[in-house]
Design a protein around this ligand. Sequence first.
Ligand code: SPV
Ligand code: MG
Length: 295
Amino acid sequence: MAVQTGADILRKLLDKSKPAIAMAAHNPLSATIAAEAGFDSVWISGFELSASYAVPDASIIPMGTHLEMTRCIAESTSNRKFPVIADIDTGFGNAINVAYSIPRYEAAGAAAVVIEDKKFPKDSSLRLNGRQELVSIEEFQGKIAAAKAKTHLMLIIARTEALIAGLGEEEALRRALSYAEAGADAILIHSKKSTPEEILSFCRAWPDEQVPLVLVPTSYTQLSFADIAALKKVGLIICGNHAIRACVASMRKVFGRILKDGSIAYVNEDIASVSDVFEIQGDAALRALEKEYLR
Ligand code: SPV
Ligand code: MG
């Protein structure tokens, strides 16, 4: 029987009647906790990885760093049906850079990559008054074609930033349809409006017979997963940055309390136990190895 790849699993999960839910991660620990929690997939977020290095999400982290993290995350979750989606931003340059990066992501174990139509170097979509310049449709179609030509396994998800760049729904639809025509397996449409009207209008205008949409509802949090599923256009919902934001909030709270109390005695309820961390580290497997081989 043929082995099911992460891409096979993800392809089945992109169900417009029941969208898959991916949680963001920036390392194997956050990916493992996302898998344990019951998410369908993990999003190796550029925002999260950049934040974990305390640098802006602006093409500062080099491809090698993101690729190595993708490999580590894929390896750490390889015993689960848990496809890994790599956020490769602009593809690290032009279509040539994309052509060189895609086989490396496939070898690293990614089930899919998401490439966005911003100019390299990119700026974070969520940044107030950020630089949101897009490449031409033709140039981005070239990137998608290069990506598709370099993989037989991975899904290529094209992301348009037309709404983020303030170009309006007509241009967003034009771009999204052109990217699907170029071979994209799904279209990520991003919006940073604080209400869902913009994204709802786009989704309603998206043709039923087209490839599934992907949403990252960071800004328009009112839209529940059930609301999104009811649209019957979306195959994947990404919780874009909730691992790193949970870490930041939790570390701030605990670190502040320790200094305020002059003691570590009062934070135990707010932190994981040591045995909990041992379990995530795979202590049971280590004990089995010790028993079998240590003489
Ligand atoms: C990321 O998580 O890196 C994303 C989503 O690309 S966003 O930050 O909203 O652009
Ligand atoms: Mg990103």
